[in-house]
Design a protein around this ligand. Structure first.
Ligand SMILES: Nc1ncnc2c1ncn2[C@@H]1O[C@H](COP(=O)(O)OP(=O)(O)OP(=O)(O)O)[C@@H](O)[C@H]1O
Length: 232
């Protein structure tokens, strides 16, 4: 495989079992630099488990991961060193620290860089505030700034649209579209997924049932059965 073909994140036939339950069953996926890949599926499909495998919270029972062609054995405390950042399903900011201090946690001693990340996420004006005093949408943007400030090779977004209104999701879409790193997005908000993803993987009961462009996924019968049907 040439370097450009192996750049980014590669999951090769990842399986996860929890006792007798197969949470992921042979899931393969590539997230190249500059591409946004979405993972969708009904509740219990295995999306969070997939995310947790990439973050090192869950060890796969089969298959392998690679980052830029090198075997990846993620550990949660080593993610930053590997060039991987993630946002949490909620917000996960430190309530006793200011917005700027929250971002500085990721880049200690680099206030200019932290401020630039806040500006990029349009929350530079909140730098001195405590996060708890900000509206939820702004807190989520601070969390995104904290994930981006280390200029990750791979950004993992776990339901970034959760709890946001329509206008706020539009702004989030613009932010995601402006990213240059590899992005793995787990999200229930289908309009956002369809708008920002280059490719989408659909899981159902841990199995990949479809993988393609948003246009392909929109018209895939297996997806309609597994996901869109379930949501209707
Ligand atoms: N730590 C665990 N121990 C046992 N079973 C688990 C564990 N984590 C997840 N599961 C099971 O694995 C399956 C996949 O769960 P997962 O949370 O990955 O799905 P999901 O697609 O993220 O669902 P949701 O959209 O509801 O968040 C489910 O049946 C779930 O109950």
């Amino acid at each position: 495989m040439s370097p450009s073909e192996s750049a980014g994140l590669t999951l090769d036939r990842i399986s996860v079992r929890f006792g007798g339950l197969v949470a992921l069953d042979g899931v393969s996926l590539r997230v190249p630099p500059g591409r946004t890949v979405g993972v969708i599926g009904p509740n219990g499909a295995g999306k969070t488990t997939l995310f947790n495998v990439v973050c090192g919270f869950v060890a796969p029972t089969g298959g392998s991961l690679a980052l830029d062609g090198r075997p990846l054995r993620p550990r949660p405390h080593r993610l930053a060193r590997l060039g991987i950042s993630r946002t949490l399903q909620g917000v996960g900011l430190f309530g006793g620290l200011t917005v700027l201090e929250n971002v500085l946690v990721a880049v200690p001693g680099r206030p200019a860089r932290a401020l630039a990340a806040l500006d990029r996420c349009k929350v530079g004006h909140c730098a001195g505030d405590l996060p708890g005093l900000l509206p939820y949408a702004l807190r989520k943007r601070v969390a995104l700034a904290r994930a981006l400030v280390s200029e990750p090779r791979l950004l993992l977004l776990d339901e970034p649209a959760g709890g946001l209104g329509a206008g706020e999701i539009d702004e989030l879409r613009e932010l995601i579209e402006g990213l240059s790193c590899a992005v793995l997005l787990v999200e229930h908000h289908m309009d956002l997924v369809m708008a920002v993803c280059d490719e989408i993987l659909v899981l159902d009961f841990g199995r990949p049932v479809a993988h393609g462009t948003p246009a392909e996924i929109r018209t895939d019968e297996a997806v309609a059965d597994a996901y869109l049907g379930a949501a209707a």
